[in-house]
Design a protein around this ligand. Structure first.
Ligand code: GLY
Length: 350
């Protein structure tokens, strides 16, 4: 359900009237507390407990989980209590994970405040925290009690945050085709265009729900949602010190580079590659890897948890609205691809 600010409070109230929690714990990040929480009525209820997290992935640490669980114990939280997570993907992942294991599971409502978390992270029941630099390595598959998306929160985001979520919108459009593809081809709306966003977010969620309902635990079909993420995560990792290269820029580039890989493997038609280029490069900078980064990037990708039999496994597009998962690429093929395009990228960056 996607709503405007005035109705999100009503939905929360309806839920509270039905569930009658004995206690409410609101989890926020620094930014969501400043920009989003004051817009919600739950903010004004003084008996609610507010738990504060730092922004971004910094929150997704075991030490914060321990501290949070200790606070829940101190506050006598029970299975009849309710957690409400207000924030981007990191807040939802953290709160969802902590709630899913505390007392073997207490209810958690998600109020996603970023485009990325509205179209992707909030849907599908993945929760998780990071450990020793490995992302989402500790987590559960647990659906939240409810998800309340509010397009008005998009107006609190800067351009980089919108583009971060837009990359996942492009990914869903490439996988789904149809209405979503038509919407994406019209370009990224202004943040205050609530009607356009409600349509786009609705289509994204319908598509993701369809996939997740068939394969909740990512045994097969759900792997399609990893489109662009294998090379995208490689790019994100080698540029991790460059704050300008955010998740969205890496994934958008991952979508392009994986289409090129698919083309070179004879899986993806050149027209698809051109479509991806037209969707990605008018708005995202072209990012790849240098010759020096070929080997580290290859090593990184060869150690991905999704690999099988010493080969990387990725999802590649056959056509718009049609992709295959578990496409195997050997280390030699990967190395060839990375080496061949390292030089080309240097040329285009100059
Ligand atoms: N973000 C991909 C998934 O939820 O499976």
């Amino acid at each position: 359900m996607i709503v405007r600010t005035e109705t999100i409070d009503q939905r929360i109230d309806t839920y509270l009237n039905d569930f009658q929690p004995d206690k409410i714990v609101v989890v926020v990040s620094e930014t969501s507390e400043k920009l989003c929480l004051p817009k919600l009525q739950i903010y004004k209820k003084v008996d609610n407990i507010i738990y504060h997290l730092p922004d971004g992935d910094e929150a997704k640490k075991l030490s914060y989980c321990e501290d949070f669980w200790e606070s829940l114990l101190r506050e006598n939280v029970t299975r009849k209590s309710l957690i409400i997570a207000v924030g981007g993907g990191a807040v939802l992942d953290f709160a969802g994970f902590c709630a899913s294991v505390f007392m073997r599971g207490i209810p958690c409502i998600y109020v996603p405040t970023t485009l990325l978390s509205m179209v992707d992270g909030s849907e599908g029941g993945k929760t998780g925290i990071n450990l020793y630099g490995t992302k989402n390595i500790i987590g559960t598959f647990t659906e939240p009690a409810a998800i309340m998306r509010n397009v008005d929160f998009l107006q609190t985001l800067n351009e980089g945050e919108i583009l971060s979520g837009w990359a996942e919108v492009i990914k869903h459009a490439l996988l789904n085709g149809g209405t979503l593809m038509q919407m994406v081809q019209k370009g990224c709306p202004e943040t205050n265009d609530a009607e356009a966003w409600m349509g786009i977010i609705r289509e994204n969620i319908l598509f993701k729900k369809e996939i997740v309902s068939e394969d909740f635990k990512e045994k097969g079909l759900r792997k399609l949602l990893n489109l662009g993420h294998t090379l995208g995560h490689g790019i994100e990792a080698i540029h991790f010190e460059d704050s300008k290269i955010n998740h969205g820029i890496s994934i958008a580039n991952g979508l392009y580079w994986e289409s090129l890989l698919g083309f070179e493997l004879g899986i993806t038609d050149v027209s698809i590659l051109e479509t991806v280029e037209k969707l990605v490069y008018p708005i995202y900078p072209k990012i790849g890897w240098s010759e020096l980064e070929v080997e580290p990037m290859c090593n990184l990708l060869m150690h991905d948890k999704k690999n099988h039999n010493g080969k990387i496994q990725l999802s590649l597009l056959n056509a718009i609205g049609n992709a295959s998962f578990d496409v195997e690429v050997s280390e030699a093929q990967l190395m060839d691809f990375l080496s061949k395009h390292a030089t080309a990228l240097h040329d285009s960056e100059d």
